[in-house]
Design a protein around this ligand. Structure first.
Ligand SMILES: NC(=O)c1ccc[n+]([C@@H]2O[C@H](COP(=O)([O-])OP(=O)(O)OC[C@H]3O[C@@H](n4cnc5c(N)ncnc54)[C@H](O)[C@@H]3O)[C@@H](O)[C@H]2O)c1
Length: 272
């Protein structure tokens, strides 16, 4: 018996990283999972892992930079699992070429980040909400970031996209609360995923000789003094979709080892 037995969930970018953790986490709680991702190899692998443990999942190939794919993913979920109870809008990109100030940010990069990180979240809501309503309700969890609240140098488009995700979350929550559709966000800190490792490689000018040491250094910045895992975020997302969180909507939850609790003036070297 799982807390989501029989529920149908779509996880966008559900093959690897946080999305992969969430796909597995929902399946472990009995949900039927649509793993929607552009990477068929990784997507099938995640589905196979879930099935090997007795879970139910289906890979749907989708590229969320294309508007049409959001609608198609919802249609596939309805065709395969009969409807949609939850959406975890997780897909997100932060290409190295996007680490620029406003003057050097190109329109192509701005549009690419906005369409995947923000527009696809709205489109998934637009097409999944009628399906949720027809089942009497549902939950949407959006993956924002601590960078939606505070920023770092040179993340112009990414930071704007994540701030937009938090605003969209509030808006949807207000407009759909009376229809029993709750909308929440998670704000991860540093989480050990391919995206995070790409970021470290970019900062080091290539894959560092000791990636694990670099990961430990990134983790040491948080009060909890370790990097997060995809499962750390997935556990919160799975909880937010459950009835145990039934009085929560329009809210975001930091999953960051305490980073957002710490002042910029705090001694970052203290780990004990
Ligand atoms: N890793 C972190 O430290 C961190 C921190 C804060 C927020 N986030 C957010 O969490 C989310 C997931 O990040 P992650 O680190 O797991 O990323 P990741 O790059 O490790 O994994 C992303 C997944 O999305 C898929 N994907 C990428 N572009 C796609 C597209 N256009 N269409 C369909 N699938 C696509 C990839 O194939 C992959 O399976 C993102 O929204 C990211 O901004 C991550």
């Amino acid at each position: 018996m799982g807390i989501h037995d029989g529920k149908a969930v779509i996880v966008t970018g559900g093959a690897l990283g946080i999305g992969g953790g969430a796909s597995r986490g929902f399946a472990e709680e009995g949900a039927r999972v649509i793993v929607a991702d552009k990477d068929p190899h990784a997507g099938h692998q995640t589905v196979d892992e879930i099935k090997a443990k007795g879970g139910d999942a289906t890979f749907v190939q989708a590229d969320f930079s294309f508007s049409a794919d959001a609608k198609r993913v919802v249609e596939r979920a309805v065709a395969i699992y009969g409807g949609v109870d939850f959406v975890f809008n997780n897909v997100g990109i932060q290409p190295r070429t996007s680490y620029t100030n406003a003057e050097d940010t190109t329109e192509d990069i701005w549009d690419a980040i906005m369409s995947v990180n923000l527009k696809s979240y709205w489109l998934m809501a637009k097409y999944a909400i009628p399906e949720m309503r027809s089942r009497g309700g549902g939950v949407i969890v959006n993956n924002a970031s601590v960078q939606g609240q505070q920023s770092a140098p040179l993340v112009t488009a990414y930071a704007a996209s994540k701030g937009g995700v938090l605003s969209l979350t509030r808006q949807l929550s207000i407009d759909y609360a009376r229809q029993n559709i709750r909308v929440l966000a998670v704000c991860p800190g540093s989480i050990d995923t391919p995206l995070m490792r790409d970021g470290i490689s970019g900062d080091s000018g290539g894959v560092p000789d000791d990636m694990e040491a670099a990961i430990d250094i990134a983790g040491a910045r948080s009060p909890i003094a370790r990097i997060g895992t995809p499962e750390d975020v997935a556990n919160v997302v799975v909880f937010l979709c459950s009835d145990k969180a039934s009085f929560m909507t329009g809210e975001f939850v930091n999953v960051d080892g305490g980073v957002m609790a710490q002042g910029a003036w705090a001694d970052l070297s203290r780990t004990k």
